[in-house]
Design a protein around this ligand. Structure first.
Ligand SMILES: Cc1ncc(C[n+]2csc(CCOP(=O)(O)OP(=O)(O)O)c2C)c(N)n1
Length: 625
């Protein structure tokens, strides 16, 4: 494997890759050519991610695997399912999208993850982790029912393998034995270091020389004779329970093979080529290096999980703190004050702003791996024993733990604070990662306090408020930076259910803001001379302020960075209806469609949430003078 030491600025010369547009072109190459192609593909990937920004380390790690899969399988007829899909850039390049790859993640460009709308080669859309085995089992079952000839492969990382969903799928597959191949791409990393018992287990397999010896000498698994193979396996399984950790998958009913070097094209061709024709669920464990072939990415696997575009002025002089920095400072400050504070992340230490906390309070920091459901119920258990858990979680990933929110936390009125990050429109990561639904799904849960800070200082205050509240509380804030207001150092709460009047203007039409689009709301209020309230709380609503201003008004408009259907504005409508307050209303929020990947600004614009658009729509409201 060629090791590159920089991201090329110019389009690299890639003689072989130039000839490859679709997998069928690949099949013309000889195995030695595939190795040259791997170097070219890697260089081209480096160049294009340098242009587009986006996920890098995972893609570099699966260059050889991607080539081999497309060489051996007949996609799109065969189904190749990539878990999460952040590693699928090489797959996109080899499946007809080479010339568009540097448009990835931008408006009208390629999607950040596999997308069935984008290409027939993307067998299953993703973005969230650990869905590949379930969907692949479904495809394999359907193929059997359809009496088809399609092959099915799921490729899942060791990080994604930590999720319960992956195990739910494997235990099902082990029972019904569909013909499929699961490839565990083990690079010992999630976004940060992979954690937990399963990860330790994989490391033991990796380290076990004894096991490797048994594999190479004792098991002729490359023989393409399924029956003989399975017989051989029965004997071996017993040995493995003593000495070989791969037995856990065997015990589930899968045929575990490996580990093998996932960068060795000859070995991959040999092993995958055989497993492809085996009956029943096959499990191949490959070892790869995240960031392989780019020295900086190999050294700092966390930093190069994803990168920004290189050489853009955007990257220079960024000094505004992000909401994640505000959370990071708050959680450390609060933990210094209260020794019962514990922080939990489902595998998002860097993204959620828990790096400093994890260093200062290692015993009070819990990365539970990609296990959102467990994260929430774990927090419930901690709260039962008087700890004060803060669950730092992306809005979109909290969707995974909805029953746990209701059944384990809220129903028992447990004291858990949810710091909900990436709330609202998220930008380049697209609809899989947009946190559009939390206000809707949280405000209907009894006992839950729901807060929408509108700037950095408010975020700190409302985090404190949620933490001091003895019961479940959620504080949601967006990705990136805010208006850059001064953040006070103190840790004092605000009164629960009290909004704040930002400015008083005409009392005929009231602008009601929920959260991070306050700048747009202010522009609307200033331009039209209207009264503006920043509600702070979606639940409980500040009924006094609403009664005071809405009883005399003709109409209100609400603005929120969340789904308009059932969201915060709807809560105000419900309040008016319950209290016989007869006002017209116009709710501004995210419409009932998935907003495709583009910058957050562009998403806001497409959702009709820019001040200019809101002003126009207000002017079209037929209000009496
Ligand atoms: C449900 C869910 N939680 C969290 C994430 C964020 N996330 C994206 S990739 C990733 C790490 C995946 O690790 P692994 O599967 O080992 O792939 P690698 O990046 O190491 O190749 C995480 C935590 C996600 N996409 N989905």
């Amino acid at each position: 494997m060629k090791i590159f030491s920089e991201i090329p600025n110019e389009v690299p010369s890639t003689k072989l890759l130039d000839r490859i547009n679709y997998p069928e072109d690949l099949k013309e190459l000889s195995p030695p050519d595939l190795k040259i192609l791997a170097d070219e593909l890697r260089e081209f990937l480096l160049y294009s991610v340098g242009k587009s920004g986006g996920h890098l380390g995972a893609g570099l790690g699966v260059v050889e695997l991607t080539i081999v899969l497309h060489y051996l399988y007949d996609s799109p007829s065969d189904n190749i399912v990539w878990d999460v899909g952040h590693q699928a850039y090489p797959h996109k390049i080899l499946t007809g999208r080479k010339n568009q790859i540097s448009s990835i993640r931008s408006k009208d460009g390629l999607a950040p993850f596999p997308s069935r709308n984008e290409s027939d080669f993307d067998a299953f859309g993703a973005g969230h982790s650990s869905t590949s085995i379930s969907s692949a089992v479904g495809m394999a079952i359907a193929n059997k029912l359809n009496e088809g000839e399609k092959k099915t492969v799921a490729i899942i990382g060791d990080g994604a393998m930590t999720a319960g969903m992956a195990f739910e799928a494997m235990q099902h597959a082990g029972g019904i034995k569909p013909d499929m191949l699961i490839i565990l791409n083990d690079n010992d990393m999630s976004i940060s270091e992979n954690v937990g018992g399963l990860n330790n287990y994989f490391s033991r397999i990796w380290a076990s020389k004894l096991y490797k010896g048994i594999k190479s000498n004792g098991k002729k698994f490359l023989k393409n004779i399924p029956v003989a193979h399975h017989l051989a396996r029965t004997v071996e399984t017993h040995m493995k329970t003593m000495v070989a950790p791969g037995a856990i998958f065997e015990e589930l009913g899968l045929n575990y093979i490996g580990p093998i070097d996932g960068h060795d094209i000859d070995q991959l061709l040999n092993v995958v080529g055989n497993l492809k024709n085996f009956e029943g669920p096959q499990f191949l464990h490959i070892i790869t290096k995240k960031g392989a072939g780019y020295d900086l990415a190999e050294e700092d696997r966390i930093k190069y999980h994803a990168i920004s575009k290189t050489n853009t002025s955007k990257n220079i002089g960024k000094t505004k703190p992000k909401y994640q920095d505000i959370f990071s400072n708050w959680v450390v400050d609060m933990a210094r004050e209260d020794s019962d504070l514990v922080a939990i992340t489902p595998a998002m230490r860097e993204g959620s702003g828990l790096v400093e906390f994890s260093k200062e309070f290692p015993e009070r920091y819990f990365d539970v791996a990609i296990a959102e459901q467990h994260a929430v119920t774990l927090s419930a258990g901690l709260a039962c024993e008087k700890k004060k858990p803060v669950v730092a979680i992306y809005s979109t990933f909290l969707q995974r733990a909805y029953d746990q929110l209701i059944h384990d936390v809220a129903l028992q009125n447990l004291n858990v604070t949810f710091a909900i990050d990436r709330a609202g429109l998220v930008g380049e990561d697209g609809p899989t990662h947009s946190g559009n639904y939390d206000l809707v799904y949280l405000r209907c849960i009894p006992n839950m306090i729901v807060m929408t800070p509108s700037d950095e200082n408010e975020t700190r205050k409302l985090l404190t408020t949620g933490f001091f509240h003895n019961g479940p509380a959620s504080i949601r804030y967006p990705r990136g930076s805010g208006p850059n207001v001064v953040v006070e150092n103190d840790l004092s709460p605000v009164e629960i259910g009290k909004g704040r009047l930002i400015k008083e203007g005409s009392k005929n039409l009231i602008v009601i803001n929920f959260g991070a689009l306050l700048d747009q709301a202010e522009e609307v209020a200033d331009t039209l001379g209207l009264t503006l309230i920043d509600m702070r709380f979606v639940k409980p609503l500040d009924e006094d302020i609403l009664r005071k201003y809405l009883s005399e008004a003709q109409a209100f408009v609400s603005i929120e960075d969340g789904s308009v259907a059932g969201g915060a504005g709807s809560a105000v409508q419900e309040f008016c209806s319950d209290n016989n307050i007869n006002v017209k209303s116009k709710l501004f929020g995210i419409p009932d469609i998935f907003i495709e990947h583009q910058s957050r600004e562009e998403m806001i614009e497409e959702s009709g949430l820019k001040a200019s658009r809101i002003i126009k729509e207000i002017e079209e409201l037929e209000l009496e003078e």
